[in-house]
Design a protein around this ligand. Structure first.
Ligand SMILES: *Cc1c(COP(=O)(O)O)cnc(C)c1O
Length: 481
């Protein structure tokens, strides 16, 4: 017994290092805070992209007895906060930008310090109710009933997976039915949908690529014909994936017309609005999103259109019982946490996770501190900036894709007597080499287009003007060489 106590005391002395005491915590806080503020202050003048120079990145350099916060921050600064895309920069105009509201970081800080358990209502009614209220808020904004189910997931991919899994079980797609079930989507659907189908064991369903109109939206009459012939042939029209904002070109499928068909064929209707659904927060966009409220499930990514830091997607499922049937959690050691009717739903019963990041805090705190007006204005501003770019570039003689429905523009230059793809690749290269702004490209029908995606809350007109100047200047240079 004496030996046992001695051993415990010896270990206690060492393990207590994990609770460093107020003075050291203050020092860490102050230095991390200073680092964060300096980072934010540097964004306006800083680059959005820094090419990786190939230097060795090694993160297993910790010693047995630890290091100082100064050394840790120095390391982060020279590695993580250095190479690649800077998604916090207003110059991130490629892919689908994020942003990373500072309030989101503060929310994460608070969530992690207290480490509240947001997986089951019993463990923390406040945290779970906060997340459930945010789901209710989302449902209201999207026109869903307030008793819809939902989950704050890590992102859009997992949110889509949760919807696919729910649809699979609700529609009874198992065993021999898998190979008779048909899913419908356009070529522009996000790849995480294909991935979700494979993960959910639906890789062998029949995948129909529905043709698109000239603006890359789903051709509804083609969809109707496909569903009709599948039904007549004895196959099961199982699930339609509409996009409310495609990643590539920002197109919104005709949501209301698609709903007519999914009603007619009793098919599960899913809308992937990971990028675009946030635009529905702006009243002017209501006509474009008409019919979104008729879907069975819906995805929206607050780490895109609501500018929160990465790690937050939302899935809504109208039929909460269907969502729970696919995801409820039960184990003997969980008997105290069992759902009872007086309690709210628990995330553990509506998602693949049990213990999880308390993601609601960052979203709630941001809404609480800013109110919704600034969000709605910023989203609308992004749309108008994309439109401004579209008009200006047209004036500069570029070839433009469709006028932006949301905030993505595809464009390119047609050089006389030069190879178009090579020319546009060179244009993009010039922008990236400069690095103040970051843009991307895409390939549609095997042809290269340059892409502008405006979605960072930090992007304002000066950035867009700078990009236009860079592109026009680079175009003129390339034409004369
Ligand atoms: C970004 C995106 C996804 C994937 O979401 P993640 O949050 O990156 O996992 C899915 N669909 C669309 C339309 C997207 O833009």
């Amino acid at each position: 017994m004496q030996d046992l106590i001695k051993d415990i005391e010896k270990l206690e002395a060492i393990s207590k290092k994990l609770e460093p005491g107020t003075e050291l915590l203050k020092d860490w806080n102050q230095k991390v805070n200073a680092y964060g503020l300096e980072f934010v202050q540097g964004l306006d003048a800083g680059k959005a992209y820094e090419q990786y120079d190939g230097q060795e990145l090694d993160f297993l350099d910790f010693g047995p007895d630890g290091d100082s916060i100064d050394n840790a921050l120095e390391k982060i600064k020279s590695t993580v906060d250095h190479f690649g895309i800077n998604p916090a920069s207003g110059g991130h105009l490629g892919y689908i930008p994020g942003g990373g509201l500072y309030s989101s970081a503060i929310g994460d800080y608070l969530a992690a310090v207290s480490n509240r358990y947001a997986g089951v209502f019993y463990a923390n009614p406040g945290a779970v109710k906060m997340e459930n209220d945010l789901i209710k808020w989302t449902a209201k904004e999207m026109g869903y009933p307030l008793d819809s189910g939902g989950n704050l997931s890590s992102g859009g991919s997992i949110a889509n997976l949760i919807a696919v899994t729910t649809a699979r079980d609700y529609m009874g797609i198992e065993g021999s039915k898998v190979e008779e079930a048909v899913v419908y989507m356009t070529e522009q659907v996000h790849h995480c949908v294909h991935k979700a189908l494979r993960i959910a064991g639906l890789g062998k369903t029949i995948w129909r690529q529905v043709p698109m109109d000239s603006e890359y939206r789903m051709d509804v009459s083609a969809l109707g014909q496909l569903m009709d012939s599948d039904k007549k042939a004895g196959r099961i029209p199982f699930m339609v994936f509409a996009s409310a904002g495609t990643t590539d070109v920002g197109a919104v499928d005709p949501l209301n017309e698609i709903a007519d068909l999914t009603d007619k064929y009793s098919c599960w209707y899913h809308v992937d609005g990971a990028y675009g659904a946030a635009f529905k927060l702006v009243t002017a966009f209501n006509p474009l999103f008409k019919g979104i409220e008729r879907s069975d499930s819906l995805v929206i990514d607050p780490h895109k259109g609501l500018f929160l830091a990465y790690g937050l997607g939302i899935v809504l499922v109208k039929n909460v019982d269907a969502l729970a049937k696919s995801h409820y959690y039960n184990a003997n050691y969980m008997q105290d946490a069992k759902v009872d009717n007086s309690m709210d739903w628990s995330p553990a019963d509506l998602s693949p996770e049990l213990t999880k990041h308390f993601r609601g805090m960052r979203m709630w705190l941001s809404f609480k501190l800013f109110g919704m007006n600034a969000f709605r204005a910023s989203i609308e501003e992004k749309h108008l900036l994309a439109k401004y770019f579209w008009v200006r570039m047209k004036e500069e003689g570029f070839e433009l894709g469709p006028e932006p429905a949301l905030s993505v523009v595809i464009y390119r230059f047609q050089p006389k007597g030069k190879d178009r793809d090579t020319f546009n690749r060179a244009l993009m290269h010039t922008v990236l080499k400069d690095g103040f702004n970051f843009i991307s490209s895409t390939s549609i029908n095997n042809e290269i287009w340059l892409r502008l995606a405006v979605l960072s809350f930090r992007t304002h007109k000066d950035r867009i003007d700078h990009l236009i100047d860079t592109l026009v200047h680079a175009k003129n240079e390339l034409l004369t060489h």
